[in-house]
Design a protein around this ligand. Structure first.
Ligand SMILES: [Fe+2]
Length: 236
């Protein structure tokens, strides 16, 4: 499945995180509110994708479906501090708010502002809408939609490993340490394994829907980070 990745997202996110430590600290609140929107969006993408897998029940096989659902729910639950066999942990959103406070000195706002005045938030909103529309697969047969969403989620999780490692390194070198960054680096490999298992039990990594989805998310993530890098260059 790794071989489906071409490397464009990795290149773009490395390019962005290498330059991030030189961003003026006055720009951190706007940047982190915008990037936090993107990270929070994945908390919506997971249940949407799970619903699309479950809604293939008129076309797919019963046992493949419940096994895939169990595997793909694990990374989603983990985002909310729910890990099998462990006491309830703090949610990743709460950890992100703590990270925001450490990096900016201000509490995380309770609302994302309307409008496009914050360019980081505007870019994150634009790409969130694109990913939501991409995975909706309107008009596609329900089984194809389910396979596409499983492949897309695997790519989200697999690329998160590289993303959070680069992100932690960049913020640490800017003097910011946070449990949010460490928690993500600790769980992303497990998330990728669980979402890979969901693909394996439901269909196959070589299914054309899965292949197309992996490439689609890699291109989406590369596009998002290319936009962020273009913005970053206006500040450094
Ligand atoms: Fe994850």
């Amino acid at each position: 499945m790794e071989s489906l990745l071409e490397g464009c997202a990795r290149r773009e996110l490395d390019r962005f995180y290498e330059r991030l430590p030189s961003l003026p600290s006055s720009e951190r609140p706007a940047l982190l509110l915008g990037m936090g929107y993107n990270f929070e969006f994945y908390d919506a993408l997971f249940p949407l994708a799970a619903g699309r897998v479950q809604c293939s029940m008129d076309a797919g096989q019963y046992s493949r479906r419940y096994r895939a659902m169990q595997s793909l729910m694990r990374p989603f639950c983990s985002e909310f501090g729910i890990e099998a066999g462990r006491p309830l942990l703090r949610t990743h959103r709460e950890l992100f708010a703590e990270f925001y406070l450490a990096a900016t000195g201000s509490p995380h706002p309770e609302h994302y502002p309307d409008g496009d005045a914050n360019p980081w938030l505007a870019a994150s909103r634009r790409w969130a809408r694109a990913m939501e529309e991409r995975t909706a697969r309107l008009g596609a047969p329900s089984l194809d939609r389910a396979k596409f969403n499983l492949g897309y989620l695997w790519a989200v999780e697999r690329l998160s490993i590289d993303e959070f490692n680069a992100m932690r390194k960049a913020w640490n070198s800017a003097g910011v340490r946070a449990d949010y960054l460490d928690a993500h680096c600790a769980v992303e490999a497990e998330h990728a394994a669980a979402s890979r298992q969901a693909v394996d039990v439901f269909c196959s990594v070589s299914d054309p829907q899965v292949v197309e989805a992996v490439r689609a998310h890699e291109a989406d993530l590369a596009g998002y980070y290319a936009d962020l890098s273009a913005l970053l260059l206006t500040f450094v």
